[in-house]
Design a binder for this molecule. Structure first.
Ligand code: ADP
Length: 311
């Protein structure tokens, strides 16, 4: 069965959210406190959920843009070059002068397959609805899908989603909206700013669902589905269990995970899953097929360091 979210192949998808720098250190096991350790490997990459998802989307062959704030500091050329390398447009993003690029130090343990993230964001301003309205020209009719990473500028995100929904209504367009509820504190924003019924596709992370008392992905997807607008879809990725999703059209569907031979780096698995699932939905795939594709691409990502060699 054909899916309900097909977009014109020429239209662009935008990922709205954070770009930062990640330094990943691969260790045989999780380090002990207060002593020196030798890492097996380390690498530096462009990170941030929206930024990672836009890279994956581009690698899959989609027309994609990142929209966020870029700190004008010594990391800027690295970030700009990397967006270019991946074919991700970012020129509409806001340049924030005299600000510091956020940084994540990630500890990857080969023994336990954990990833421990130490994130610092000193002073990067978050996006506002006005930034969005000024810089993303919906009238240009080049945009097909806008994905929002759920961050602390939640009220502004709600305003941005309302802006897109109003635009659709006034212009009889159908630019799809997706929203990612990943961070635990985003739960209260969804209620506070009445965001449940705004997106067409709501991604809910495993940690988010666990923090709200759900114990499995099927239960989470079907319960959150009661809160979204009519015709909308809920998708819930659940680490090595795979993912579940629910829509009126397909009911509750699931996909297993597709683990690689060796798990090397699960950092960005969720961002990869989101991008690949959106890519498939936008190409008219049914929900079941789309989450299975998301799990396959995310599984491959877990077997490589970073995103560079994922094709
Ligand atoms: P996040 O990176 O946001 O914590 P998850 O851990 O839920 O997201 O992973 C997202 C997707 O990545 C899962 O649905 C699954 O398909 C894949 N994935 C994650 N961890 C593994 C793993 N250990 N083995 C295979 N696939 C995995």
């Amino acid at each position: 069965m054909d899916g309900q979210f097909r977009i014109d192949g020429k239209k662009r998808t935008v990922f709205v959210g954070l770009v930062c720098v990640d330094i990943l250190n691969l260790l045989p096991k999780y380090p002990e406190e207060d002593i020196g350790h030798r890492c097996i490997d380390y690498y530096k990459q462009r990170g941030g959920n929206a930024s990672n998802s836009s890279s994956i989307f581009s690698l899959l062959g989609g027309d994609v843009e990142f929209f966020g704030t870029l700190a004008s500091d010594p990391e800027l050329p690295f970030i700009q070059k990397d967006f270019e390398k991946f074919g991700v447009k970012f020129q509409n993003s806001i340049l924030a002068s005299h600000r510091t690029c956020p940084m994540s130090i990630v500890i990857l343990s080969l023994e336990s397959h954990t990833r421990t993230v130490l994130h610092t964001n000193k002073d990067l301003p978050e996006l506002t609805r006005d930034d969005f309205a000024k810089n993303i020209n919906l009238k240009s009719s080049q945009y097909g899908w806008i994905h929002f990473e759920g961050r602390d500028n939640a009220q502004e995100i709600a305003h941005m989603m309302t802006y897109v929904n109003d635009f659709n209504e006034k212009n009889s367009t159908n630019i799809f909206i997706s929203l990612e509820a990943e961070k635990l504190r985003f739960a209260r924003y969804l209620d506070e700013f009445d965001m449940w019924k705004m997106p067409d596709v709501l991604f809910v992370s495993k940690d988010f669902a666990l923090s709200q008392g759900y114990t499995n992905m099927e239960q989470a997807a079907s319960n959150y589905f009661q809160k979204v607008k009519k015709g909308a879809v809920v998708i819930c990725a659940w680490g090595e269990k795979g993912a579940a999703a629910m829509s009126d059209q397909s009911g509750l569907v699931t996909s297993p995970a597709f683990p690689p031979t060796e798990i090397l780096d699960t950092c960005g698995a969720g961002d990869t899953f989101n991008a690949a699932t959106l890519f498939a939905l936008g190409r008219g795939k049914a929900l079941q097929t789309a989450i299975e594709f998301g799990c396959k691409i995310a599984g491959s990502k877990c077997g490589i360091m970073g995103l560079n060699n994922l094709t």
